[in-house]
Design a protein around this ligand. Structure first.
Ligand SMILES: *Cc1c(COP(=O)(O)O)cnc(C)c1O
Length: 403
């Protein structure tokens, strides 16, 4: 008998769970796109987008998903043949680099594998070796959603500076913004991209780019720019339509205004970060317990190198795929598939999954996911250690006691 009726939960790393308030804010006729409330709402959104990234500089908005924002960054930052240094810690970093290469950028990749973060010493060495400063931009993924590695952005900036290299630093925070701490100005970031459907709790369809003055200056001479992707008017429009190079994403803006109010003005960004940390710690505690009695393990061994919005893990003998499918059909919970962890089509590819704890997620949602996973492991006879739910509950209780 399936027990999946009731409210389903898509516990994948985007689209994330959305607050009903965000959906309700969108449930109305389209507003005037030439003047009036939408114009002021957009100005407020831009100011809040700067706040959420701790930036005092420039923000642009695009209609598009995360891939679109990768392309926005590349087209404004590079001329054909320019060189980029890509720091890869999983599928997402590799794909951003692939986009750059396809657009005519000469990409050098430092690949740190699927289980460890970027080593700033290797970045510094690569930049020191680039004596003629051919590398224009370093591409970094803050939280690689495929591996759940969290990279130290400030340490990469320090490595660039230590090498005395003028390269700009561009960071993909699509999976981390609004979940893990990020500080655009303090960490010396030049370009950061994010999208609506992850920590920002809005349906997929809009993306954002944050720019330093240096990044804006660089774009003036970039020959990969085309009129739609050019950020010049988006960050400083004379007319409202120029924010979006056309019709405004009306309903996304209405939803976003609500979610940014919830994150920044009601819960507070420090609490949002702390909540994601607590939920992640609950998931990690459960996996640690399961792993003590079975072929089950978190992908990233050191908790200091794990992101707090998604957890990548392995359950051997195809257990990951079987558990995901059981959860969806029997319990109404959808977990994330493994991405880039094994050759597609091989038996190993069925061993990886991801649990998201991203966005509008609270203790009962995460404990509920873990409890249904425990039920699934039992139902499927997948060997696993005992005490996972006790461990997760203890982490929850301790986090709440801290106030
Ligand atoms: C989700 C994600 C992307 C891709 O975003 P789409 O909206 O799916 O195009 C890129 N980078 C990271 C780190 C992501 O988590």
């Amino acid at each position: 008998m399936s027990l999946s009726q009731g409210r389903s939960y898509l516990a994948i790393p985007g689209p994330s769970a959305m607050p009903d308030r965000v959906l309700a804010a969108m449930h109305r006729p389209a507003p005037n796109i030439y003047e009036g409330a939408l114009v002021t709402t957009t100005e407020t959104i831009v100011a809040k987008l700067k706040r959420i990234a701790f930036s005092t500089r420039h923000v642009g908005i695009y209609i598009g998903n995360g891939h679109a924002l990768w392309e926005a960054a590349i087209s404004n930052l590079f001329s054909r043949g320019d060189k980029a240094l890509s720091l890869a810690t999983g599928q997402f970093g590799l794909n951003w680099a692939r986009h750059a290469g396809a657009m005519g950028v000469a990409v050098e990749t430092l690949d740190f594998g699927l289980k460890s973060p970027v080593d700033p010493a290797r970045v510094e060495a690569a930049l020191r070796a680039d004596k003629s400063h051919e590398i224009k931009v370093v591409l970094l993924t803050h939280l690689d959603t495929a591996t759940s590695v969290l990279n130290d952005v400030a340490a990469v900036r320090a490595a660039i500076d230590a090498a005395g290299h003028p390269a700009l630093l561009a960071v993909d925070c699509i999976a981390s913004l609004g979940c893990d701490e990020f500080r655009f100005d303090d960490w010396g970031v030049d370009v950061m991209v994010a999208a609506s459907q992850k920590g920002l709790m809005v349906p997929p369809g809009v993306g954002f780019i944050w720019l330093s003055d240096k990044a804006v200056a660089r774009s003036k001479t970039s020959d990969l720019r085309t009129p739609y992707w050019d950020w010049t008017q988006r960050i400083a429009p004379d007319y409202f339509y120029q924010y979006f190079a056309g019709t405004a994403p009306t309903h996304h803006l209405l939803g976003l205004a609500e979610s940014l109010t919830m994150i920044l003005d009601e819960e507070g960004i420090d609490h949002v970060w702390a909540r994601h940390k607590a939920l992640a710690a609950m998931v990690w505690a459960a996996f640690d317990a399961w792993g003590r009695g079975g072929d089950i393990a978190l992908n990233i061994a050191d908790p200091a190198h794990r992101g707090h919005s998604v957890t990548a893990a392995r359950i051997g003998n195809g257990g990951a795929d079987r558990l995901r499918s059981w959860l969806e059909t029997e319990a109404g919970v959808t977990l994330g598939i493994g991405l880039g962890m094994a050759e597609p089509g091989t038996p190993e590819a069925a061993d990886f999954l991801r649990v998201a704890h991203m966005g509008h997620v609270n203790a009962h949602m995460t404990l509920g996911v873990l409890a249904t996973m425990e039920a699934g492991l039992t139902a499927l006879d997948i060997p696993h250690g005992a005490g996972a739910l006790d461990a997760a509950a203890a982490v929850c209780a301790a986090a709440c006691a801290k106030g």
